[in-house]
Design a protein around this ligand. Structure first.
Ligand code: BMP
Length: 236
């Protein structure tokens, strides 16, 4: 049976004033089990760049630290942000809608040279994604197809979008948020072909985050990983 922990990315989004050691403990619980962590602007503002550097010491080797600033800027500025993070994170998330010329291509070149993975957001987990982003899903998928990032973000909360992304972007890792407090159930996205489920508060705000992770991993495993070979996307 496939090991489910390495299909989970724990989103570390601390509320204001949350002690760093609590979130570092969650990172330790996650990465010691083989899961990955994701940090964004809340983590950066609360604990600084040194806080992110600290995570890279906790989550080493195959366990990824994903920097999720959802960058959406000109190439020069995205490169400037990314060059500060390279060396302490394994993957960086940017918005596909920025486009390639003068934007994502410059970022991709820097990340390739730094051996950092690029992840593009093509669809989001909240309802508002349908107002604009999902109306352009074709074109956002087109950006991903042309740029060939390591991964894309597509929602666990809307199976039709996730399935479409899976069908149209073979060989690209899908990171799927929306599991837990946003309504998705553990395994929902992986069963449809996502490679990772991004899970935040259902783990970080649990009384015992390690135990919460164990329960979630079991649920994923029972729902859709049994009998599959390691490293393969589950069949849609
Ligand atoms: P939670 O499981 O607590 O709802 O957290 C979800 C995490 O996934 C957050 O870090 C959020 O930034 C991220 N995310 C999301 O919820 N929807 C998206 O479409 C893209 C995301 O990165």
């Amino acid at each position: 049976m496939e090991h489910p922990f390495d299909r989970i990315i724990v989103a570390l989004d601390p509320p204001i004033g949350a002690p760093k050691k609590i979130y570092e403990r969650v990172a330790r619980e996650a990465c010691s089990r083989g899961s990955h962590v994701k940090v964004g602007i809340p983590y950066l503002l609360e604990y600084g760049i040194q806080g992110i550097a600290g995570l890279s010491k906790i989550c080493k080797g195959p366990q990824m630290v994903v920097a999720d600033f959802k960058m959406a800027d000109i190439g020069f500025v995205m490169r400037s942000v990314a060059s500060r993070l390279a060396g302490m994170v394994d993957a960086i998330i940017a918005h596909a809608f920025v486009g390639i010329e003068g934007g994502l291509r410059e970022l991709k070149e820097l990340l390739d040279a730094s051996h950092v993975k690029l992840v593009l957001v093509v669809s989001m987990s909240h309802k508002g994604s349908q107002e604009v982003m999902d109306k352009c899903l074709d074109r956002l998928i087109g950006v991903a197809r042309e740029l060939e990032p390591w991964g894309v973000v597509a929602p666990a909360t809307r199976p039709e979008s996730l399935l479409r992304v899976r069908r149209e972007l073979e060989g690209v890792a899908i990171l799927s948020p929306g599991v837990g407090l946003q309504g998705g159930q553990p395994g929902d996205a992986i069963c449809l072909g996502a490679d990772y489920e991004i899970i935040g508060r259902a783990v970080t705000r649990a009384k015992d985050p390690g135990r919460a992770l164990d329960v979630i991993a079991n649920q994923i495993s029972e729902k859709c990983l049994q009998g599959l070979k390691p490293g393969k996307n589950p069949a849609i």
